[in-house]
Design a protein around this ligand. Sequence first.
Ligand SMILES: [Zn+2]
Length: 450
Amino acid sequence: MFEIVTFNISCGGYWVKKRTGDVGYIGGDVKTIECKPTELFTLLSDEFGEGLYINKLWYTLPFEDHKDRKKLSYVRDDAFKEMCEAGEWKGVVNLFLVNTVDHPEDQFQEPCEEEIRVERNVAGFVDEDEDFDYHNTPLNSDGEEEEEPLLRFKPGSGHLELKQVFDTIEDFKDALVEYALKGGWNIKLNKWGRIKSGAVCGTEDNCPWKIYCSYEERYGKWMVKTYEADHKCQKDGYSKILKSGVIMKIFMDEIRNDIDLKPKYIQEQIEQRFNLITTIDKCKNAKKMAKIIINRDHEEQFSRLKDYRLAILATNPGSTVVLDTVLNDDGAEVFQRFYVCFETIKKLWTMWCRPIFGLDGCFLKCTLKGQLLAAVGRDANNGMYPIAWAVVDVENEDNWTWFLQKLQFDFNLQGGQNFTISLIRSSSSFIQHHRSHSITQVSFTTLNHT
Ligand SMILES: [Zn+2]
């Protein structure tokens, strides 16, 4: 059994059926990741970012042919488990990524000779010059040519033009999406590669509209080289470029703010905002993709929180850093609250500061919500002096008490006799509730009760 498995990852290419009937994967390049199979998706996300989720995944074992490849799913667990087990027996797994935007239906086409040659050259180029950052190619500065000012796409305008330049090919795609949404045009990507990318009209009307963009080494940017700007078609209310991945991108922030956002709402919004029709399945898919990314982000941030705690303790010995977690219904560890007070602050505050501190609480406006609780002191010059802070899942009596207990312990406040706590203007219900009382009594009464 192998604990660490070698994953040979072919990416950037696609499946073709050869004349002989065999299946082949052409184009792209190969990367290697060595890890435990369970860590695979995390490492793939690191490697490919959000772009991973527009890829379909297949795998083969070392003795298997391409035609025996099996599909992997980001959501279906059993296929993934099977791959893990097989990987642990063999030690090596071949993984294949196919971009679903480039090759939406995984259609098997026989590539023409030219395409194979170009793909091979690209693959060869990448292998030889892996570290060559061609986006940073300096501008041609031999002084013989007059430098024309570069024509840039204005975000929000949806306006495409010949000779327009883009920093990355993704920027070009974003511009295409913007063009389609602004004008309600049906367009589709027909080429998506390292050398040349482009789109054509997506209607069945034999419309001449098309655009091509390719990398311009002279400027180190992607440039529109061909643009037929006029449509001769009738708008049909659809846009083929509006795939799940694109919808996900458009609604990502909204889904982050409301994880229960309904696919039906997304579908209606697309119609209202862009006058475009889309299927409910695409919206469901977009939501599913967004959720995968959001959950992955949360897991990643959560795991970093533990690292953050250890890092503070390692660099600031004597500090108090508490991370409390609870188990949810599925038995998974989830965040409850986090408290930080640095050793230096504890020492200096006790030595120099006036025995008065303020408490404040505010909402955190991110996906995870939560509340920030803070204790602020005044130094000898009447300046604000941060003492300790905490992030809690909800603001309630229990969490405030917990926070005050931590302060009480860290600053040896005992029964609170010699200190004044002032309440800073706050939306906090705890603070509102106790505003009318003397907080010195209230908070420490609360503390002493627990
Ligand atoms: Zn058209």
